[in-house]
Write a new protein. Structure first.
Length: 271
């Protein structure tokens, strides 16, 4: 696995630092991959919501400053609850940004932050809006971009069901580019009686495009990835056993000591 950081961990530092500076601080603590998250890109973005746009020149300057890193672009996109135009300006700008930062394997990671009734019992429960992912992944594949979806309001198993359904609607090449960003702690927070690591273990390897590590203790957010409500070492072992070799993002909560917590998380998972 390639251990990495995400820019939304740096909300406290962004007002007084550039993203380029903060990426450098993460590199000094051992980060090998950076997830560039919309709303936390400083000089590399403008606007908000539907008017949000990445600033392409600044993104290119950022990735050129760190040739030894890999990057992906992440954004909130209500693709499970609204119909998104694959040719619309917002999605096209996101694809362009993903290609700028992604090198040989551009990757756009999305999450729908809208509350959902879920979990779904079967494919028939999937809303039509969510099936619009077929158009999005077809357009993303045409431009050479893979897409992953984080589980926010739904269990991992439901997101896998959605990927399987959408893959059946598109050609095999496009379908292979759609997968998940499993975040077991998101599931544990919302469904405390579930077993998100068992659901992670059940995922086929080709469906896992990137993963998020974070931790709770007693149901409350914990500042680093170590012992707690989720067995993060078991999560690491599950991924290793599958042969997963992609990015593993430490989603450290914002804090004045965020880089200390990032480094300690790396050391916990890879002592």
């Amino acid at each position: 696995m390639i251990f990495g950081a995400i820019t939304n961990s740096w909300r406290e530092q962004l007002p007084s630092h550039t993203v380029k500076e903060l990426v450098g601080a993460a590199v000094e603590r051992g980060a090998k991959h950076i997830e560039l998250r919309q709303t936390c890109l400083g000089e590399c973005e403008e606007g908000a919501g539907e008017t949000w746009r990445p600033k392409f020149d600044q993104l290119q300057d950022l990735v050129q400053a760190y040739p030894g890193l890999t990057f992906d672009l992440a954004m909130a996109l209500p693709c499970l609850t609204q119909s998104i135009d694959p040719h619309g300006e917002l999605f096209q700008a996101a694809l362009t940004g993903a290609k700028l930062v992604g090198g040989s394997q551009p990757h756009l990671r999305v999450v729908d932050p809208s509350p959902l009734d879920g979990p779904w019992s079967g494919p028939g429960d999937i809303p039509q809006e969510a099936l619009g992912l077929a158009g999005l992944i077809t357009e993303a594949a045409r431009q050479g971009v893979i897409m992953s979806m984080e589980n926010s309001s739904l269990p991992i198993r439901n997101m896998a069901m959605l990927v399987e359904q959408v893959r059946s609607m598109v050609d095999a090449e496009a379908g292979s580019g759609l997968g998940l960003c499993p975040d077991p702690t998101n599931q544990l927070r919302r469904f405390p009686d579930s077993d998100p690591l068992a659901e992670l273990e059940a995922l086929p390897l080709d469906m896992i495009k990137i993963v998020h590590f974070k931790q709770l203790r007693g149901g409350e957010t914990h500042p680093s990835v170590d012992a707690g409500d989720l067995d993060c070492l078991r999560m690491r072992d599950i991924l290793d056993a599958k042969g997963y070799a992609g990015a593993a993002i430490m989603e450290i909560p914002p804090d004045s000591a965020v880089f200390d917590h990032l480094e300690s998380s790396f050391k916990y998972l890879n002592p």
